[in-house]
Design a protein around this ligand. Structure first.
Ligand code: KIV
Length: 267
C-alpha cells in the first residue's frame, strides 16, 4: 500500500488493478487518525451520523451545518485516506443549491469528494457539479434520505423493473461524470454485474463481495450499536480485540475478499 494521499484517480487505478477499496464512515478526528493509520482508503463522512451520533431515527434531520462540522473534523486529521462528504436531505433539491452546498462541504469542510443520493432526478446535478471540477460519488439502491417515501429500510433491486432502473441509473451516473458509485442494499449478483460494467469504482454496502470495494458504518463494524446490527455488517471489534486491530482486520478482509462472506450477503 502506497503512502501517497488517495485521490479519485488512485481509486480508479485500484479498480483497474483489481485491488479492492476499503472504506468506512467516520465522523471525528480521533477515529479519522485511527482509520487512516489502519490503511482505510476512503473515509465517508456519512449523514448516517444523524442516526449513530445524534440518535435520530432517520438521516432526514441532518443539516449542512452538521455535515460541514463533522467533515472538517475528519479532514483535519486526514493523512492518506480520501475524505468524502455527504450532501444531506434536500441539499441537492436544485442543481444550484447542490453547487452551493458542495462548495461549502469542500471549502469549509475540506471534503475532496461529495456524495449525493438518488437516480435519474439527480443526473443534471451530477453533470453540473462534475463540470465545475467537483468529484461526485453517486449513491443508488437503498436511499436512506427517502425512507419516508419508501416506508422502511428495504433491500432494493429485487424485482426485474427495479433492478433494471438501478442498472440504467448507474450507467447514467457514470456518463454524467460521477467518479464513484455507492450501491446500498442491492442483490449481490446485480451489484457484481454493475461493478464489472462500469469503469468507475463501485463501493458496496449490503451488496455482496463482487463490488470494487466495501463500506460499513463504523459504529456497526465496532459493535457500538445497541440496536440489532444490519445483516450485512460484521462485528470486527468482537473478533479482533482492539479498535485498531478491528479496523486493520476489516481492511485486510476487504482486500482479500473475505468480507462480506455469504452469511453477510442477504440477497
Ligand atoms: O450515510 C452513510 O453513512 C452512507 C453509507 C451507509 C454508504 O451513506
Amino acid at each position: 500500500m502506497s503512502a501517497a494521499p488517495v485521490s479519485v484517480a488512485t481509486l480508479a487505478a485500484m479498480k483497474a488493478r483489481g485491488e479492492r477499496i476499503a472504506s468506512l464512515t467516520c465522523y471525528d478526528a480521533s477515529f479519522a487518525r485511527l482509520l487512516d493509520a489502519a490503511g482505510v482508503d476512503v473515509m465517508l463522512v456519512g449523514d448516517s451520523l444523524g442516526m449513530v451520533l445524534q440518535g435520530h431515527e432517520t438521516t432526514v434531520p441532518v443539516t449542512m451545518e452538521h455535515m460541514v462540522y463533522h467533515t472538517a473534523s475528519v479532514a483535519r486529521a486526514r493523512g492518506r485516506a480520501l475524505v468524502v462528504g455527504d450532501l444531506p436531505f434536500l441539499a441537492c433539491a436544485t442543481p444550484e443549491r447542490a453547487l452551493d452546498n458542495a462548495a461549502r462541504l469542500m471549502q469549509d469542510g475540506g471534503a475532496q469528494v461529495v456524495k449525493l443520493e438518488g437516480g435519474a432526478p439527480m443526473l443534471e446535478t451530477v453533470r453540473r457539479l462534475s463540470e465545475q471540477g467537483i468529484p461526485v460519488c453517486a449513491h443508488l439502491g437503498l436511499l436512506p434520505q427517502s425512507v419516508n417515501r419508501i416506508g422502511g429500510y428495504r433491500f432494493q433491486g429485487r424485482d426485474h423493473a427495479s433492478a433494471e432502473a438501478i442498472r440504467h441509473d448507474a450507467l447514467a451516473m457514470q456518463d454524467a461524470g460521477a467518479s464513484l458509485l455507492v450501491l446500498e442494499c442491492v442483490p449481490a449478483a446485480l451489484a457484481g454485474e454493475i461493478s464489472r460494467t462500469l469503469s468507475i469504482p463501485v463501493i458496496g454496502i449490503g451488496a455482496g463481495a463482487a463490488c470494487d470495494g466495501q463500506v460499513l458504518v463504523l459504529y456497526d463494524m465496532l459493535g457500538l450499536n445497541t440496536r440489532r446490527p444490519p445483516s450485512f455488517s460484521r462485528d470486527f471489534l468482537g473478533e479482533c480485540g482492539s479498535i485498531g486491530s478491528a479496523v486493520r482486520g476489516y481492511v485486510e478482509a476487504v482486500r482479500s475478499g473475505a468480507f462480506p462472506a455469504e452469511a453477510e450477503t442477504p440477497y
